[in-house]
Design a protein around this ligand. Sequence first.
Ligand code: BGC
Length: 919
Amino acid sequence: MRKNTKTISYLRGAIMLLVFISCNNNKRTIEPFDLQISEGFTNPLGFYDDAPTFSWKIPVGVQSQSAYSIVVASSPELLPNKADLWKSGKVETDQTLFVKYGGEKLLSKQKGYWQIKFWDNEGNESEWSETAFFELGLLNNSDWQAEWISLPDENAVEIDEIGKKVHRVQYLRKKIEVRDDIESARLYITAKGLFQAHINGKQVGNDVLSPGWTSYQKRIETLTYDVSTLLGKGENTLGVELAEGWYAGRFIFRGYAAQSPQLLAQLEVTYTNGEQETFTSNNSWKGTVNGPIQYSSLYDGESYDANLEIPGWSTSGFDDSSWFAVVEEPISDEVKLTPKRHNPVITKITLPTLAITEPAKGNFVFDLGQNMAGVAQINIPVKEGQKVTIRFAEMLQPNGEIYTKNYRSAVSTDFYLPEKDGVIEWYPKFTFHGFRYVELSGFDESVTPEKSWVSGLVQYSDFDKSGTFSSSHAKLNQLQNNIEWGLRGNFLDIPTDCPQRDERAGWTGDAQVFIPTSLFIADAHSFWASWMQSIRDDQRENGSIPIVVPDIDGKRVSSGWGDVATIIPWETYFRTGDEKILKDSYQTMLGWINYYRSVSENHIVDMFTYGDWLQPYSEHPTDERKGETDEKLVNTAYYARSVDLSLQTAKVLGLTDDVAMLQSWLSEIKTAFQNRFFNADGSVSQGKPTQTAYLMAIGFNLLSPEMEEQAIPHLLAEIEKADYHLRTGFLGTPLLAPVLEKIGRPDLMFEMLFKETYPSWFYSINQGATTMWERWNSYTHQDGFNKGGMNSFNHYAYGAIGQWMYERIAGIKPLKPGYKEIQIAPLTGGPLTSAEATYNTPYGKVSSAWKIENGVFELKTTVPPNTTAKIVIPANTDESLILDGIDFAEDAQVKLIKKAKNSFELEVQPGNYVFESKL
Ligand code: BGC
């Protein structure tokens, strides 16, 4: 076997060498690929950044890069030799990620075409890559000639039974005259609220819930669409639906919003003769609320009346003389308009109905088999004037009817009123629901329901999957699946806590524990970078960070939650290699740790915290949800953590003075922490000696080495007392794996992870979970639904264990930022006989697949080009190590760096390898 593989790799090398030599003097025919700009954008339109960075991959089979050359031009014809925007020249470096654009600052609407070539480690020069492209959006408020428009409140707002403003969905339109043949056209558009644009009766784009959710008082994101083919010479009509969305809808903490939705649109046309013309939203537009979407709310659902459909409303033949004039308002300088800096939400997956039940006569429930977020598409027979009601649920009651109590005040119901008998196909536009079950009533009851009547449109921010994980254990695979669905259900433009009840907010604590796992599952670099921009926008004057971002709360702050300000930049940087997020966020980090300082005395922090949220068996005196770990201990531990991450950041940014200052600051906090919260024998001195108290102290490196040694037996005693179950909440749970590994007891982590009894990951799976639940026992077969007021069945926080599954069970972990150096070190344990993962690193795909058969451990692994890997093979090292079928001997590709009792440690160059060892 080895011979084969080795022969193949020798052969491959030889062939490539021949290619270089025979093809035009030392030129490779293989070129760099996957050209990306800034946070992973491929050929973006409406790009946000006037100072982008460039990244690319070098092909498999090449060991590393020794130099690159980048050319950027204003037109493709100028490439590569006459590039007019920037020529990097030959730069000797192995850097392939986030190379800064070195030309003149880019301007709004500017186009750039770029290519790159590289030289490999032997000096061979590649061909130029294919041409990549970017086009900027409108970067400045002054680029907008449009006005904010909307129907006046008296024409668009109804006051409901409890005296609150209900915004009817507005249909806005404008006929324009395009005077010549079109070369290209761009629609720049956004809303305070949600919009959907149409041109000449055709929908623009496939995104939903745009422009998404930012801190609207500070920054509103704008979208750019290429509408060149939707327009033609002569009369054209722009139509836009405008709904309340996050901006003007009812929302947790803030209740009903005082403000009404508004639209901003600017259509820029370039004619074939080079002339340009701009059409904008202004008071010449007209509007109505007497359209089919009568009402739409994110929490409460959408109401559609087919009798009010307005055929042709966004086409030129339509007579709008009965429509109202809109009112306009100028753009203010206070709210920054910026191009959207990550992909919008789209329908990513369509789930079919798996089963239909009829728990009570005429009550039909469609089961999609998977808890999800998005909307239901219905395709059903209806009767004229008979209203169809569509209700949703994540779970069923014991009698088979839908369970909606956990939605709390979110009505989450859609209505459809047909204007005639027949079959309708419909889904709502400006709402979303969190659900697995759909209850239908009001359809044509003479027809027996069929599965094809209902499907689930799963909607989340449009990113690619970046990793895969599987193992020999079905429940562990189900857990991984549930974690992924937790992400799909909650990455809806911003990271939310849950997608179903009257909450769905950007809870910062949940996000900070989940980010490392999320980056294994999804290519979420720009998603996090974008939300981090909102965190910076929402930081308060005193440095505090809101509990939710965008900040709809306005006042509260919690330790463990606000630390999102240091954790998101650091994790994003470390896992992608992009320093920009550190640079952009460093002042925010300092602001946050200074806030901590302002509420501390002798480095012990006294502030509000949600604490170790939802710790099982908590006997907290006033709020059992907070867990029992001493609040000041939690505060001070996170204070140290955030100072530590600020210190790491200062090091990366080369801020030597800050490094020294932060280093001494951190060591003072550590001393204060140990003195205040730990007894001389290593036990916790304040509050309950919880697992989390020890986990934070050890996991955040807050104790002296001697004290840590003393504390370990206390942690182990707590775990033993819990019969090897976790007793941790949102903050403590993610620390179990790293700490148990740090103290040399990963076996305990396997034991906890594979537990079937409460509280544990598999316990929820045993109760039927298809996503991550807010509580381990949100529902149990024995006792039914948890009585707590918060009971979400789609809450990703406990999915943070996914990181350990990738990093240690499968064994793929970055050692240097962006996976420039990778650790491949699988951890065997529990009942597992095999596990495997792949991950698309910024350099290419890494994989690790191991199995144990008859006492032999086998690892198949791929190390991507331009990286190196440290590979650790579990083994009885008295026996020999086999590589590609024969006894291992060092060569240029694989070096032995350490032979320990239970493992071989190797340093490995890019390529594919099969290792075998005896256990
Ligand atoms: C949310 C959380 C959040 C918490 C704050 C809840 O209502 O759903 O996940 O972190 O409040 O403690």
